[in-house]
Write a protein that binds this ligand. Structure first.
Ligand SMILES: Nc1ncnc2c1ncn2[C@@H]1O[C@H](COP(=O)(O)OP(=O)(O)OP(=O)(O)O)[C@@H](O)[C@H]1O
Length: 270
């Protein structure tokens, strides 16, 4: 099995607008190693979300991939160029090999469905063979993110923001994907809940062996969670390395600036 789960080479993404082209991702090379938590850092507008949706083939017009390749190495299957796979192949890969926790995803739960049925929808759509296991899978998955089994019988409006986020994380790992991409998973949550979410993400990696790509503008999140961090600036990757090394001795001036904007954490990680 390859040591990489994803290999991005020379990725270019452009938004063509009537005010001109915005090159949101420029010549980006990135290797995501199997089993790691890779943080993607950078300020707002640096291209982090565009990178995520391009990798997941969820980029919407006027966004367009204008160059590069993205090789995905799902465990036990042949490698695929995610930029070239067709709709059906992509449908098979979604959730079961590649899952996504979008930015602001807490509003993506269906308000009129109980949590249990939202799990069932995903599991039965993407892994119909596991029908008989569903009822035992749900409490186990909820337990994995620190939620009680009774949450399965609740509707989204009965859950706090942090609980919704944890339900979504549990759904995202239900089919044991190789890679999960989480975009700003802690944004809009209060500090105590943020810590719980980060802890749960770490637990999911440990228990499911899922590789995580975690996008956050908050260097504190990366200091707490990531093994390696990749820093984006104006669509380019300016630095990638072991999180401790990057915090201790940032090579790029922009990375240094990001770290200095959180002096307390900068000190803690050094
Ligand atoms: N639909 C769009 N049309 C035109 N330009 C866009 C569109 N979406 C994003 N952009 C531009 O692409 C660049 C990268 O944006 P992107 O949202 O990927 O950054 P980001 O780092 O994820 O920031 P944020 O965390 O604020 O979403 C920005 O210059 C942004 O203005």
């Amino acid at each position: 099995m390859s040591d990489s789960v994803l290999e991005v080479k020379g990725l270019d993404v452009t938004y063509s607008t009537n005010r001109g082209d915005v090159k949101a991702v420029r010549g980006l090379d990135l290797d995501v190693r199997r089993g790691e938590i890779l943080g993607i850092a950078g300020e707002s507008g640096s291209g982090k979300s565009t990178l995520a949706v391009a990798l997941l083939r969820l980029l919407k017009p006027p966004g367009k991939v204008t160059g590069g390749s993205v090789t995905f190495y799902p465990g036990g299957r042949s490698p695929v160029d995610l930029l070239k796979v067709d709709g059906e192949e992509l449908r098979v890969l979604r959730w079961s090999a590649l899952s996504y926790l979008p930015q602001g995803s807490m509003s993506s739960l269906n308000p009129v469905m109980r949590v249990r049925d939202q799990f069932k929808d995903v599991i039965l759509e993407h892994a119909p063979g596991r029908r008989s296991e569903v009822d035992t899978m749900i409490p186990r998955l909820l337990g994995e993110v620190g939620l009680e089994a009774r949450v399965a019988g609740m509707y989204p409006h009965e859950l706090s923001g942090g609980m919704k986020q944890r339900v979504l994380m549990a759904i995202a790992v239900a089919l044991e994907p190789d890679l999960m991409i989480a975009d700003e998973p802690t944004t809009a949550l209060d500090v105590t809940i943020q810590r719980v979410i980060l802890q749960s993400l770490g637990d999911l990696r440990r228990d499911f062996g899922v590789t995580l790509m975690v996008i956050s503008h908050d260097m504190g999140v990366h200091a707490q969670l990531a093994d390696r961090v990749a820093v984006m600036y104006e669509g380019r990757l300016v630095e990638v390395g072991d999180v401790r090394q990057v915090f201790k001795d940032p090579r790029d001036p922009y990375t240094r600036q990001l770290i200095e904007s959180i002096p307390r954490l900068g000190r803690r990680a050094s």
